[in-house]
Design a protein. Sequence first.
Length: 289
Amino acid sequence: MQVDAVVFDIDGVLVDVADSYRRAIIESVDRVCDTTIDREAVQSFKNAGGFNNDWELTHAAALFVLARREGLRMDVEAFTDRIAADEDGGGLPAAKRVVADLPSIAQARVRDRWDTDRLRDVFQALYLGADLYRELEGGDPPVSTAGYINDEPTLIDPATIADLTARFDAGVLTGRPAEEARIALDRVGLDVPADRRFTMDDWEESKPHPRALVELAERFDADRIAFAGDTLDDVRTARNADREDDARAYYAVGVLTGGLTGESGTRAFDEAGADAVVDDVNELVDLLE
């Protein structure tokens, strides 16, 4: 695959977030709603699309469990299938539309119990830990932990970083807040200038909207760009950029170290339009020319 630039997602590509972000989703819903979803259900939400922001996924998961309590007769697969079929982009707005199937009184009870501010605060406290929460969020955390952010094994080898950054322009496109992205990039040793990364804080849209990827390509002055990500929305981002930007070619590389793994993950990436699927990000060294 001949390219001029490579753009990385962070979660599930550069660092493993199974015991950090995804654990925080599950435990935040449990602490606030007294019941929760499992890891497979988290992946179902991811696959449905529109959940590049893990706070919004947490909110949608809480909405699901509260709606079930009020009589919504759907399992998580049916719920996320409805989100995936939504014609207006999926994500949290689509989850709200699914819950509108409930009678109005039941919907009101769900809304009364759906405390998105507390869900976000608990999530951040679990993920960041007490000290980092005070530094980044201000105030005392609602839950005191050492921080799941410390449980993120690196997935990219230093030799891979050296090889790829020597041969190509490198950028980052992530749903993380800027400071949390910086922490992850420092951990793996990938030095990406601020103008070559897009985080949650840098644009209003989120993946799979193509704007950030197209802007990175323009900043690189690149003709052929590979985007490596671990979700279907990452693949859709590259496909959308390729449709929008006639001047350049965009390649989607699915990475099997996030929630999508094995043969089923490969099939899902292929069906979403991935140009290549790799077992881990280090295979980009041989894939890209």
